[in-house]
Ligand binder design. Structure first.
Ligand code: PEP
Length: 257
């Protein structure tokens, strides 16, 4: 049985004080939610403070990126070992913004996934096609490449620690979400890849989140789909009310799923 996961990707937003205030509001409003795993991914500068804020609550923390080497002369980088040491549970890897603006490739994603797992972090590995790739009928080729290469050399027992976030690039920050049917079609496809690679039980246990313009108005329909195990939320996770609404509505849908 997969426990769905709703993660807020705050991207490059919020000062430390603003982050503390938002996290406190979420903690107060969401303390009774048990059937959804709640994760906040603030910027590196806020992570340390938020560890104290969410301590003892039902909220976990994740970083938005990492480097695969444990330490060394890599100015500006932060390792999975460092992220783990401050008390984070998750790390987002291969977000499309990092692939587009910071040169991330399937190979660097794969190195990061392996290093994160080795250091005890759970990777949220992002995959997904661009608009022109969808329009050229390449969605399944791209998603399959992202999944296969991202998980290359990852064993069955480690693969179940990975959360896959299907994030069609054309839906990120655009206000245009994939329809529940479009998302489910790709999630089902990803689960088939996992089944072929790892077998039935691991494939059934690996969580696949949807990301791309998730908001209170569309979360229920998305969460009702069989293979959608949560959401990676960008813009709507920056507003207290909308993130609370997304988590609470997911929780209700799950009780009926
Ligand atoms: C994201 O950044 O992962 C994302 C899905 O953003 P948004 O919800 O704003 O589309």
């Amino acid at each position: 049985m997969r426990k769905p996961i709703i993660a807020g990707n705050w991207k490059m937003n919020k000062t430390v004080d603003e982050s503390i205030s938002l996290a406190n509001g979420l903690k107060r409003a969401l303390f009774s939610i048990e059937n959804v795993e709640i994760v906040l991914c603030p910027s590196f500068t806020s992570l340390g403070e938020l560890v104290d804020v969410v301590s003892g609550s039902n909220i976990s923390l994740g970083a938005q990126n990492m480097y695969w080497e444990p330490e060394g002369a890599f100015t500006g980088e932060i390792s999975s070992k460092m992220i783990k040491s401050i008390g984070c549970k998750y790390v987002i890897i291969g977000h499309s913004e990092r692939r587009a603006y910071f040169g991330e490739t399937d190979q660097t994603v794969n190195k990061k996934v392996k290093a994160a797992i080795k250091d005890g972090l759970l990777p949220i590995m992002c995959v997904g096609e661009k608009l022109e790739e969808r329009e050229r009928g390449k969605t399944f080729d791209i998603v399959s490449r992202h999944v296969e290469k991202g998980l290359d050399g990852v064993s069955e027992s480690d693969a179940v620690k990975v959360v896959i976030a299907y994030e069609p690039v054309w839906a990120i920050g655009t206000g245009r979400n994939a329809t529940p049917e479009q998302a489910e079609e790709v999630h089902d496809f990803i689960r088939k890849i996992l089944r072929k690679k790892y077998g039935e039980t691991p494939a059934e246990n690996i969580r696949i989140q949807y990301g791309g313009s998730v908001k209170p108005e569309n979360i229920e329909q998305l969460m009702a789909e069989k293979d959608i195990d949560g959401a990676l939320v960008g813009g709507a996770s920056l507003k207290e009310e909308s993130f609370i609404d997304i988590v609470k509505k997911s929780s209700v849908v799950l009780k009926e799923k």
